[in-house]
Design a protein around this ligand. Structure first.
Ligand code: SF4
Length: 461
């Protein structure tokens, strides 16, 4: 077992027993579960909309090369500069260069998982640049020195009391402030930063090929301020964020908001197609769009796993996952957690180091059930496991155990050998791995054949 896997198992074991953590998560996910069904009522036929969304993402991903070039051509024509980054280093080098050219001291940043993926804040800090998270949840996490806990709700594991305590410790506010008061404190602090910042960084929820634009979805207006106020706007987006047309937004915007937060539509939906034009009064003078690969073409090259690139990062699969609800978001030690994180991280960051995540699932299929773009998440976890086995990384003992199980399961005589007591002993005591983190199995004392005979006998009587 590698260090990453050992750390995951150790942290999961501790977290799963942390009842206070579980209480907070269940409380917050419970609120989410209460509103999502309401949001879904806006669709005449939600199943059909999901199917359509899946087909449009299929179209975008199957022809990604063409759509990326179309996007570049259109947005470049309006003065934006497109930078292609094959990995983290290239993306950071490009951002570093833009910041240096603009003599940047402060960056305001809206919520973006891609910037987490490339550890942008750490990089900027090393360059002596202050990077300020402007999304309230991200701001809380930054104050606490923690990465986001959830891809949509970064501080989901914190109660309002935890946040009040954090603000008192870090910002010197009075203890016990209400959520409204805390929001006003954050707002006041952040307004100052928008004015100071030379560069604003945002992600993109969608890259739109036919108009050459980016779509940003948010509830607080902070992304708008981050991209409109500073003189330079940098967008960083994974290449999979592509959708073919602006006409797809009426499908994706409500789907993302309903499955992400239960809203019919998110409060602010911005469409940005370039820097400020000659006849316009607002907006940045320069706009850069960094198109990041960072392992996404590994997924693209795999005709089965490719489907994971349809993800619109709504977070629904995390909220539905019984594993996530017990071990929480930080235990994964990856940017993307929950079912989608388990599917994509081994491809993005290496099968050898991260494939243990593909096994951290009961395969209940609830993630697939809730995904708005109908990604077959649990099947993709099995696909990862399969890749792992054919890649030769399964253990000899595991292979022998499964061969023995197959042999016995296909042979009635062997299945009937031994009583329940013996089977309990073999599974619970000899194969200790099973009962280490689970309750012991309790086999029936009688075999299937014995039950069957008894049943037939009863029928005759
Ligand atoms: S895999 Fe589906 S449910 Fe999970 S975050 Fe992506 S779009 Fe949402």
């Amino acid at each position: 077992m590698n260090d990453q896997a050992a750390s995951f198992i150790a942290k999961s074991t501790v977290k799963a027993a942390d009842l206070e953590h579980r209480r907070k998560i269940n409380f917050n996910i419970g609120k989410y579960n209460a509103v999502v069904p309401q949001g879904k009522l806006q669709f005449h036929n939600v199943a059909q909309v999901r199917e359509m969304a899946k087909m449009r993402k299929w179209e975008a991903i199957e022809h990604l090369d063409q759509y990326l070039l179309e996007f570049e051509k259109k947005i470049t024509a309006r003065g934006a500069k497109v930078i292609w980054a094959s990995d983290t280093e290239e993306a950071l080098a490009a951002i570093g260069e833009i910041c240096a050219r603009n003599n940047c001291k402060t960056v305001v940043k809206s919520k973006s998982m891609v910037t987490e993926e490339i550890h942008l804040n750490d990089f900027l800090e090393k360059q002596g640049i202050e990077s300020v998270e402007t999304d309230l949840g991200e701001y809380i996490q930054q104050l606490d020195g923690e990465p986001p806990y959830h891809i949509v709700t970064p501080a989901m594991h914190k109660s309002k009391e935890d946040v009040a305590k954090l603000f008192a410790n870090k910002l010197g506010t009075k203890p016990g402030l209400t959520p409204e008061q805390l929001t006003l404190v954050a707002r006041e602090k952040l307004r100052e930063k928008y004015v100071q910042a030379e560069v604003g960084v945002t992600g993109a929820n969608f890259l739109i090929a036919d108009v050459g634009g980016i779509a940003v979805t948010e509830n607080e207006g902070n992304a708008r301020l981050s991209c409109a106020w500073p003189k330079t706007h940098i967008v960083i987006a994974g290449i999979e964020k592509m959708i073919p047309s602006i006409n797809d937004l009426p499908t994706f915007w409500p789907l993302l908001s309903t499955f992400g937060t239960g809203q019919q539509v998110t409060v602010y939906n911005s469409l940005i197609t370039g820097p400020r034009q000659a006849h316009e009064t607002d907006g940045p003078e320069d706009m850069y769009v960094i198109l990041l690969d960072n392992g996404r073409t590994n997924l693209l090259a795999d005709p089965i796993a490719r489907e994971a690139l349809y993800c619109i990062r709504c977070g629904a699969c995390l909220n539905a996952c019984p594993v996530y609800k017990n071990i929480g978001g930080h235990t994964y030690e990856t940017t993307y957690s929950g079912p989608i994180g388990k599917v994509i991280t081994p491809h993005l960051r290496g099968m050898e180091q991260f494939n243990h995540l593909s096994y951290a699932s009961s395969l209940c299929g609830n993630c697939t059930e809730v995904c708005p773009v109908r990604i077959n998440l649990h099947e993709l976890l099995l696909h990862n496991r399969h890749e792992n086995v054919i890649g030769g990384s399964s253990k000899l003992a595991e292979r022998i155990a499964w061969k023995a199980w197959k042999l016995a399961s296909l042979n009635r005589f062997m299945m009937n050998m031994g009583n329940g007591k013996l089977k309990n002993r073999v599974v619970n005591k000899i194969f200790k791995g099973w009962s280490m983190h689970r309750s012991e199995l309790d086999f029936s004392q009688r075999t299937f054949n014995e039950y069957w005979k008894e049943r037939e006998q009863q029928k005759k009587n």
